[in-house]
Design a binder for this molecule. Structure first.
Ligand SMILES: Cc1cc2nc3c(=O)[nH]c(=O)nc-3n(C[C@H](O)[C@H](O)[C@H](O)COP(=O)(O)O)c2cc1C
Length: 195
């Protein structure tokens, strides 16, 4: 019997129960209904310091900073699918998310300096989904965040399989009033596992 697809959700907003949390919960529900094993990490509940650029990771591919990120690395490496949800802050990713990504410089070192495999999953090709909202309707609102997410996924050996993004969503919970957003997030999570 095939092992279940293992899906990791990352809640990257500082606002618990906010718009990206709501969308992430729906995407994870879709993945679970498609038969996946799911778990979600809430970054604002963790103690994760920013990268120091000390180059300590270049020796062994391991970050020398001992904090909750040490528990996140294996989850990132073992996931078959990743759903990362973060709002737009000053035209980029919310800091909680960017700090976690910057700490993946250790995985970059593992891959490009030490030539070691980053992915430890057993389920073949890895795929990820990016979920975001922004309060304004600015042109190219999600492009800076997406550039970072794409670069992060390259390091993780993960294909960007989709994006679920909504502009003009600002108040906490406003996404619930959107006519299709919750269903879109659910469908995207389901498709991420089924395809
Ligand atoms: C510090 C901060 C910076 C923000 N910067 C932007 C921005 O540059 N562009 C934008 O459209 N919305 C911006 N917003 C609005 C958030 O993207 C918006 O409120 C979003 O719905 C928050 O999502 P959440 O509920 O998942 O945290 C900002 C909000 C905060 C608190």
């Amino acid at each position: 019997m095939n092992a279940k697809v293992n899906v990791l959700g990352i809640a990257g907003s500082p606002r618990r129960g906010g718009n990206t949390d709501i969308l992430l919960e729906r995407a994870i529900a879709g993945a679970r209904d498609a038969g996946a094993d799911t778990q979600t990490i809430v970054l604002c509940d963790l103690n994760i310091a920013p990268c120091l650029h000390c180059d300590g990771c270049l020796k062994e591919g391991r970050c020398v900073v001992e904090d909750d990120m040490q528990r996140v690395y294996p989850k990132l490496r073992e996931a078959d699918r990743l759903i990362i949800a973060a709002p737009v802050f000053f035209m980029g990713l919310a800091a909680q998310t960017k700090i976690m990504i910057d700490r993946c410089q250790a995985l970059w070192a593992m891959k490009y300096v030490l030539k070691q495999p980053v992915a430890l999953n057993s389920g073949g090709e890895r795929k990820g989904l990016f979920v975001s909202v922004g309060g304004t309707g600015f042109a190219r609102l999600f492009e800076p965040s997406l550039a970072t997410i794409k670069s992060f996924f390259v390091v993780l050996d993960m294909k960007l399989a989709g994006e679920v993004t909504f502009a003009r969503i600002d108040e906490k919970g406003a996404i619930r009033q959107h006519p299709t957003a919750l269903q879109q997030a659910y469908d995207a999570g389901k498709k991420l596992v089924e395809n």
